[in-house]
Every structure is written in C-alpha cells, then in structure tokens.
Design a protein around this ligand. Structure first.
Ligand SMILES: *Cc1c(COP(=O)(O)O)cnc(C)c1O
Length: 425
C-alpha cells in the first residue's frame, strides 16, 4: 500500500484517511474495496452523503444516460430540463404531501453554504444579528456556520473572532430532569438575562457530529413555539439527519414541527454528488436576484440523480427495507451493549443514525480501530470522541447490515480499552 504521496503532498488537514489506512478503489452498495481487493462494510457512508449506498444502480443508469447524451454538467442557475425535473419531483414527493409551501434555493454545493444562506435569510427577515445555536451543534466550516458549531477545536481554526451566536443547551444536555427549552424561553423572555431574542434558532433534529444526540418531538415543538413567540425563524439543519437517515425523508418528519427554513445537502443527490438546497417559507424568500450567488449551484448531474433518488420514497419495498433495518438496529444494539459491564456503554439514536456512547475515554476510538481491522468502516463522534457512530446504508440488504453488526459486536468485545473496562469491572 503506497501512501507516500499523501504524506508528502497532501495537507495535514486530512483526517478520515488517518483513521482508515487503506487506499480505496471501488465501492458498491454497502461495501468499500481497497486497492488490495480487501472488502469493508461501510457504516460511515460518506458521513451521510451516500445514504442509499454507493453507486445505486437506478441512479447510475440515469447519470450515465445524462452524460452519454451530452447533457449540461455545469449550468450556473440557468433553467435546465434536469432542474425542472428535480423540482417537479421534489414538489410531488416531498413538499406537497407535507403541505410545505417552501421555495427551493439552490446554494453552493456544500452543506456549509446552505447554512450560510439560511443564516442570511433569518438575519435579513428579522433585522437581528444573533443566531441561537445549540451545544453539540455542527453546521460546517465557513465562518458563519462555524460560529454556530459547538466544537472548540474547529472554531479555533477560524483565526478570527466568531460572533453573533448565542449558545443554548440542546435537549438533554443537563440530563433528563432539566427542560432546556423551558430554560431557553425563560432566559429570552427575561429582559435582564442578557439573552436577546435571536434572528433564528438553528437546530439539528439529531446531532450527528455532536454525538448522536436526539431531540424529542416535544422539545423541538417547544423550540418552534418559542421561535414563533419571539419573532425568530426556526432553521432546521437536516443536512446529516435528513434524506432518509432518520428513517423518514426529513429528520423532523412525524414530530409535528414546521420549520421556516430547512437545509439539505449530503445525501440530497442520492449519489454522493455535491448538491445543497435551502427550503425557505415564501414569506422569508426576500433575496434580491443574485444576492447569494455561487458558481456550482447548477450541477446538473446531481439534479439527475437527486430526482431519481426521490423515486425511492414512492417505492413500498424501499420503505419496508428502511423500516426493517431500523428495527434490526433496535433489536441488536441493546445486545451489543449488554455484552459490556453495566454503564460501560449506552445505545443512542433514531432510525438509521445510531451511536454507542462509551464511558471509557478511549473506548470508542479503540472500537473503531478494531472494527476497521476486521473489515468495518465506522466513525467516532461526540465532544470527546466517545461515541461510535453507526450510519449504514439506509436500505442495506439485511445480510450486509447483519455482517456489519457482527463485526461491530466482536470489535466492542475485543477492543483493548473496552476489555480494560471489563477487567476494571
Ligand atoms: C456535514 C454537515 C454540515 C456541513 O456540510 P459540508 O458539506 O461539510 O459543508 C452542516 N450541518 C450538518 C448537520 C452536517 O452534518
């Protein structure tokens, strides 16, 4: 395995590749293959950018057809038949069935750019500057999004003061006994608290990077009600929790919340092609033409696969498989946890976004390392890297999901730190 060029020439900022020392050469469904022909089950899924697996055949066929027919690849924000098709399908499958009147703003292709646009929308609509963001939040690396991100190491990377954000405790931050939405309301309504009404509340329904923290429906509804009460917008950052990761299309589906603004990216194209949108309630779509511009807002191949991916959501077999996979995780994770001493590990998450939170400081990292050595790519997250984050292909074949979980179960039992914990118990 020759990695010398990476060490010699690639920036020290590279990170995932340090944890998974292989040179990958192919990917299909839930499997990654390295150049030596070794196969890995993929529970990382491009950090949620390939929720439907790698190179899904139905999408690949359309993409190849588009390229073979000399379809536009770069179109700025020109009208194209592919963008029309995507918008029609998105309206029919996503917006109309939920009664969402939202408009679709195509932003630059990263999630961070969608978040930047959302923050501008809220500031423009309210004339306020402060964004209320939450502990554990992750919103991207550009300065506005970074200011709203919790992680101190990443914020320090900015090199300039990051302001105009007030930090509020996420659901459950102080444990189950403390209602952090009620606390936020009390502070914001108290004219002497120093916490003014923000332009927006920026919230993830499930925090992926922050440690697989799940917001309850009642908490999200309370934050939505608070936003309405104080004249702020509710922005849902559904970049990681959306596009099926929660088991439904949106991470907030079924929770009875109606966000003013929704950010989608990662798996929106369905194929790992960069694409982001902001869904904005029409009354807040106050942009002047070109006011939030971007060269790569019209990546037509991504529109082709994104439109094709929406077909999944009308396919009963797909929906049944996603539900069955979530049920498999419900059934198997408690058993994996139970193999360790009480308190050593807790299962978290919802749908197809799950976490194993470890007490021992190095346990999650050790499990991830051991899993990789046994053929499973799985990431860690959380403020202290204490959570093993499971993001399998949402419609993975049952046998592949079981294969990945079998490796995970063995890694949890075998990882040195975890067995150190066993000895201590
Ligand atoms: C990944 C992510 C982002 C940033 O997306 P990039 O494409 O990496 O800029 C923002 N918010 C959430 C919740 C994410 O998971």
């Amino acid at each position: 395995m020759d990695t010398s060029i990476f060490e010699r020439r690639e920036s020290s900022v590279r990170s995932y590749c340090r944890k998974y020392p292989a040179v990958f050469s192919a990917a299909k469904g839930s499997y990654l293959v390295d150049e030596d022909g070794r196969r890995y089950v993929d529970f990382l899924c491009g950090a949620g950018a390939v929720n439907y697996g790698h190179n899904p055949p139905r999408l690949k066929e359309r993409l190849i057809g588009h390229l073979a027919g000399d379809g536009l690849v770069q179109a700025l924000d020109l009208h194209t038949v592919e963008k029309r098709r995507f918008l029609e399908r998105f309206e029919a499958e996503v917006l109309a069935p939920r009664g969402l009147p939202h408009r679709v703003q195509f932003t630059g292709p990263t999630g961070a750019n969608a978040v930047e646009a959302a923050l501008k929308i809220a500031r423009k609509a309210t004339g306020r500057t402060t964004i209320a963001a939450f502990t554990g939040g992750y919103h991207g690396m550009s300065l506005g999004a970074l200011a709203a991100t919790g992680n101190a190491m990443k914020r320090r990377g900015a090199g300039v003061p990051l302001g105009d954000v007030v930090r509020l405790p996420y659901d459950g931050y102080f444990g189950p006994g403390i209602d952090t939405a009620a606390l936020a309301r009390e502070m914001i309504l108290d004219p002497a608290s120093g916490v003014d009404a923000p332009a927006a509340f920026l919230v993830e329904p499930i925090q992926g990077e922050g440690g697989v923290n799940v917001a309850s429906g009642s908490w999200l509804r309370a934050i939505a009600a608070l936003a309405r009460e104080v004249g702020a917008l509710l922005i849902v950052d559904d970049i990681q929790s959306g596009c099926g990761r929660s088991g439904r299309f949106f991470g907030f589906d079924g929770l009875d919340v109606a966000p003013d603004v929704i950010c989608l990216s990662k798996s929106l194209s369905g194929y790992g092609l960069p694409m982001s949108v902001v869904l904005v309630a029409p009354e807040f779509d106050g942009w002047k033409p070109g006011e939030h511009n971007g060269t790569f807002r019209g990546s037509t191949p991504a529109f082709v696969t994104a439109a094709a991916a929406l077909d999944y959501w009308a396919d009963a077999a797909f929906l049944a498989r996603v539900a069955a996979n979530a049920a498999t995780l419900d059934a198997r994770l408690p058993a994996i946890v139970a193999a360790l001493p009480p308190g050593a590990c807790h299962a978290r998450g919802r749908g197809l976004l799950r976490g194993l939170a470890f007490e021992g400081p190095d346990d999650a990292e050790a499990v991830s390392r051991e899993a990789f050595a046994c053929g499973l790519v799985v990431e860690t997250c959380g403020g202290h890297g204490e959570v093993v984050k499971l993001m399998p292909q949402i419609d993975a074949e049952a046998a592949v999901l079981e294969e990945g979980l079998d490796i995970l179960a063995r890694a949890v039992r075998k990882a040195p730190a975890a067995s150190g914990h066993l000895r201590a118990a």
